[in-house]
Design a protein around this ligand. Structure first.
Ligand code: GLC
Length: 428
């Protein structure tokens, strides 16, 4: 009896061991109902989670036997990066599909953490997407993620207040400051201009927009060119917004996307720099700024041209996923034209597929697209390199010292230039 019990324990253990080895190899992606659970990891959504879940339910209906479990990470790109760097490095199989920031694909692909997806996105299908994200998901000629939605920096403004004081929408940074000061003088409790000044990735996105809109650069022909007169002038302006013109509150040093969106959304600021998602949230009739918001290109310096940082998220498959086929199917489904349209309407995610910019429903929901489509097409990528996060960490700490008024732009740019040259020299 005892022997029989021991035997059956052995038999069970053997069976389980065989199943563990055989299932992935023999198509556990297959149709057995309930047998394949794919975990989809993505950052916290700004808005109701139901529309994304409805899409996933639809995917499950179309793929009997596959169940998709969602797991969310904090909204901040930096925190998500930390999670992935630790877990992918450790060859975790705890998640299959992941949403990756446009700046990480080169690093993750270089490290061998992502499944190659070239067959999902053969060359003839790539022109359906914006060029910037396609460049970002391509590593050594191969595709490692599929663009999901794009971001580009925009200027939100209080239409009602500009109309009240007969002021035009500013085109240059100088005009923005003068307009903000004029309105602040007459509207107590209103901040002039809120943006993202915390020490994190968003600050790099904001700072690049100042540099680029003054004709400045970070890299030129592969060389770091940070400590230049144009860059110094642009970052002096960034610090002056807080310390000299006082149109940006000192609390900007703690602001990420959502806190700055809340300040503006509560009617406490005239101008806001943010990504497109904010538009849909201001269109909620319960929002205090409902019907009072306009959106336009970011301003530029005299003689410069408006510049928006390219952001956005892509879907990739964990190289160590047990279910690469099913995971790849989910990526295909969620990045399809239909899914991108649903997500654009539900979350204000700007489609990465160009054709959707002609879609009547999306245009009706986002009337600014008629004039701002070119902002998305022309948005500028941050340097596409496997070492981007190291570069960004240097910039984040130096830029944050500038915003806090602790370092001059000249000192911070010179130090960043030295450190970045070293990173690039070490890595190349
Ligand atoms: C948005 C962008 C992303 C960027 C991040 C910075 O999520 O899509 O590319 O890195 O903001 O906070």
């Amino acid at each position: 009896m005892a022997l029989a019990r021991r035997m059956s324990r052995w038999a069970r253990a053997l069976l389980l061991a065989c199943a563990a080895v055989l299932l992935p190899a023999c198509g556990a992606d297959g149709p057995a109902p309930g047998s394949t659970v794919i975990v989809f990891k993505h950052g916290k959504l700004f808005g109701d989670p139901a529309p994304l879940r409805a899409l996933l339910d639809e995917f499950e209906r179309l793929h009997p036997g596959i169940v998709v479990r969602e797991q969310t990470l904090p909204a901040s790109s930096d925190e998500q990066h930390q999670f992935y760097a630790i877990n992918l490095q450790a060859k975790s199989r705890a998640f299959d599909v992941l949403a990756v920031d446009v700046i990480w694909v080169a690093e993750f692909a270089h490290a061998g953490w992502l499944q190659e997806l070239t067959p999902q996105l053969p060359p003839r299908e790539r022109s359906a997407f914006f060029a910037g994200p396609i460049e970002a998901v391509t590593h050594q000629g191969r595709i490692y993620a599929v663009p999901w939605f794009v971001d580009a920096g925009l200027l939100y403004y209080r239409k009602d207040l500009l109309e009240k004081y007969g002021l035009p929408v500013p085109r240059t940074w100088g005009e923005l400051v003068r307009t903000a000061q004029a309105v602040m003088a007459r509207e107590p409790g209103i901040a002039g201009f809120v943006w993202q000044g915390k020490q994190y990735e968003g600050l790099v996105c904001n700072a690049l927009e100042y540099l680029w809109s003054n004709g400045g650069e970070v890299l030129s022909a592969g060389r770091v060119v940070l400590d230049t007169p144009r860059n110094r002038e642009a970052l002096t302006f960034m610090a002056d917004l807080v310390h000299r013109y006082r149109v940006t509150p000192a609390s900007v040093t703690t602001a990420t996307e959502e806190p700055s969106r809340h300040v503006f959304g509560q009617g406490r600021a005239l101008f806001l720099r943010n990504w497109p998602y904010a538009w849909r949230l201001f269109q909620d009739p319960r929002s205090r700024v409902y019907g009072k918001v306009g959106v336009t290109l970011l301003p530029h310096f005299e003689g410069g041209a408006s510049a928006a940082t390219l952001g956005g998220w892509q879907l990739a498959v964990n190289r160590h996923s047990r279910y690469p086929v099913a995971a790849g199917e989910l990526v295909r489904f969620l990045t399809s034209e239909r899914a991108q349209k649903r997500l654009a309407l539900a979350y204000g995610f700007q489609p990465a597929r160009v054709a959707l910019y002609r879609d009547a429903e999306i245009r009706a929901a986002q009337p600014f697209l008629a004039t701002l489509e070119r902002v998305f097409a022309a948005a500028r990528p941050r340097p596409v390199t496997p070492y981007y996060v190291r570069i960004s960490q240097v910039l984040q700490s130096e830029l944050s010292a500038i915003v806090a008024g602790l370092r001059t732009p000249h000192a911070a740019l010179a130090a960043s230039e030295r450190k970045l040259r070293k990173i690039l020299a070490d890595e190349l």
